[in-house]
Design a protein. Sequence first.
Length: 342
Amino acid sequence: MTATSRPSPAATLSGDAARRAGKRVLLAAPRGYCAGVDRAVIAVEKALEQYGSPIYVRHEIVHNKYVVKTLENKGAIFVDRTAEVPEGSIVMFSAHGVAPVVHEEAAERRLATIDATCPLVTKVHKEAVRFAQEDYDILLIGHEGHEEVIGTSGEAPDHITLVDGPEDVANVEVRDESKVVWLSQTTLSVDETMETVDALKEKFPLMIAPPSDDICYATQNRQIAVKQMGADADLVIVVGSKNSSNSVRLVEVALGAGARASHLVDEAAEIDEAWLDGVSTVGVTSGASVPEILVDGVLEWLSERGFGDVEIVKAAEESITFSLPKELRRDLRAEAAALSER
């Protein structure tokens, strides 16, 4: 574990006093926003600046309640179905991606579109299309009902079979065992995914892997940091929303790494003070769709209860950035008006 000191917010105990009391916080790095989430959130903000409200967004732009509420307050309107968007409006597709049928629905409703799909999700979509064209059976490892899985499956529905964990493998059937490939949802637990892959390989020895890892770099880095802190933490607090797959996985990874307890919270107000009973070391991390302000709130809450000594547990450096959607360089209001007149 690599640990470096970090200034702590508003401590009620000094660092020395906290150490004497045996209380400390291990703060994971990296944590919070990944490049795809950062791109998607900025895309909504830029669209509102350029075109004014409303900007419609199909599904939550990212899976975080605070982020969604903040963007709603700025003029974004989140909808579950394309049919809810008035004709001639601008609609943005979330970071999780959508199936081709959604693009068709938008065209039918004469909507100007902005595609904020994470480029790493787009990569999986392209892999699905390619392997379907080559007539492979595609075994997509992921969670049923997740927007990313729905979008990827929609690229080649006749070729894709969803495998929701190792327990699903026994039911999987393919047409030709020599033409099978696995792909995965980008936000899964690395260990759980490889457990499923191993079970699939045992059943289909000739199955091939995607050209490069489908689980995103940010998901892996956040899990590695939690593994490093887990064995040393009595309690790990993961900041993230319950519908955030990668945040839920961090709780599981923390427990698997040896933490005595781990809990998922949207914000500091959800922490139960009873969790601190008998605890001297608290690990803190956040999912890839969580803004840092929410982590700061948790650190302040812990500091007020004597956990003012904060150490960074650093697993990796992240410098990846993605350019904003190309549609933000066009006059979409004019495009929407022109489409609505057709």
